[in-house]
Design a protein around this ligand. Structure first.
Ligand code: ATP
Length: 270
């Protein structure tokens, strides 16, 4: 990928199948993202305006970024990813410049996707003493609004945003023609956790005794990111337990997962 401070560009290699659970959400995103990029001519023939922006909100570690990448990967669209907290911390004017430049490059590369991570840091509600907005934030937000409005004539560019704080986002950004669709990415329920565990362990050497359903049951409140951590730690625990020199026969057993879960419970991590 090409990387400038605050922005990366590449075509990610993430499939929808790499994301466990969230069936309905994946379907909605597939339709909203892939169709307009893949069938832009059909949309104009039908006189249907494609979505311009989709906002994903929900707790950290529940796959918002991964969903955005899967969408870009499935439509083979260049993925311009901006870290809004980095934009926010740039010198005066530098963040706005980077925003405008990114939209310009995305237009040249269309069909393309622009992804704003932590979009609340450049889109805090304006005005009012309790708002989180600042002069820097307001300038970035107004640049973002101008650029999104300018997309009217640019076909095949989709803006995706991710946030953990949807209530902090300025209403102007949620008007039709900007982020048209707001989707909640919830923490995984027990069935989702089972499916996530299946995805995360599909290339791991598991013993037959590993009961992923039981692990899903024992990890109430864990996010996808935490489940990823648990699988990795179970692997390390298996390696630690195997005292053989070459470890060529190490496999990960149910007890290794249990050890990790006990340790996490003791330190109140889950
Ligand atoms: P943040 O708000 O912290 O940026 P996020 O919601 O964007 O978090 P991701 O960065 O997409 O979350 O997920 C973090 C990690 O957790 C990813 O590397 C991914 O592998 C794993 N993960 C999260 N959810 C899932 C899932 N449903 N299926 C498989 N892996 C998942």
């Amino acid at each position: 990928p090409s990387i400038t401070r605050g922005v990366t560009v590449d075509i990610p290699n993430v499939s929808w199948d790499d994301i466990g659970g969230l069936k309905d959400l994946k379907k909605k995103l597939q339709q909203a993202i892939e169709w307009p990029l893949k069938y832009s001519k059909t949309f104009s023939r039908l006189g249907v305006k494609p979505m311009r922006g989709i906002l994903l909100h929900g707790p950290p570690g529940c796959s918002k970024t991964t969903l955005a990448k899967a969408a870009a990967s499935a439509s083979q669209a260049p993925f311009f990813s901006l870290s809004c907290s980095e934009l926010y911390s740039m010198y005066v004017g530098e963040g706005e410049h980077l925003l405008r430049e990114t939209f310009r490059k995305a237009r040249l590369a269309a069909p393309s996707i622009i992804f704003f991570d932590e979009v609340d840091s450049v889109a805090a509600k304006r005005g009012g003493s309790e708002s989180g907005s600042t002069a820097v934030g307001e300038r970035l937000l107004s640049t973002l609004l101008t650029e999104m409005d300018g997309l009217e004539h640019a076909k095949g560019i989709l803006v995706l945003g991710a946030t953990n704080r949807v209530h902090a986002i300025d209403d102007a950004l949620l008007r039709p023609g900007r982020f048209d669709l707001v989707l909640h990415v919830p923490p995984p329920d027990i069935e989702d956790r089972y499916e996530i565990l299946c995805v995360l362990t599909r290339n791991m050497k598991l013993d037959n005794d590993v009961d992923l359903r039981q692990i899903a049951e024992d990890t109430d409140l864990a996010t996808g990111a935490e489940l990823e951590g648990i699988c990795m730690e179970a692997g390390i625990d298996a390696l630690r337990e195997d005292k053989s020199e070459d470890k060529s026969t190490t496999v990960i057993c149910h007890r290794h997962f249990q050890t990790v879960l006990r340790a996490r419970q003791n330190s109140n991590l889950i």
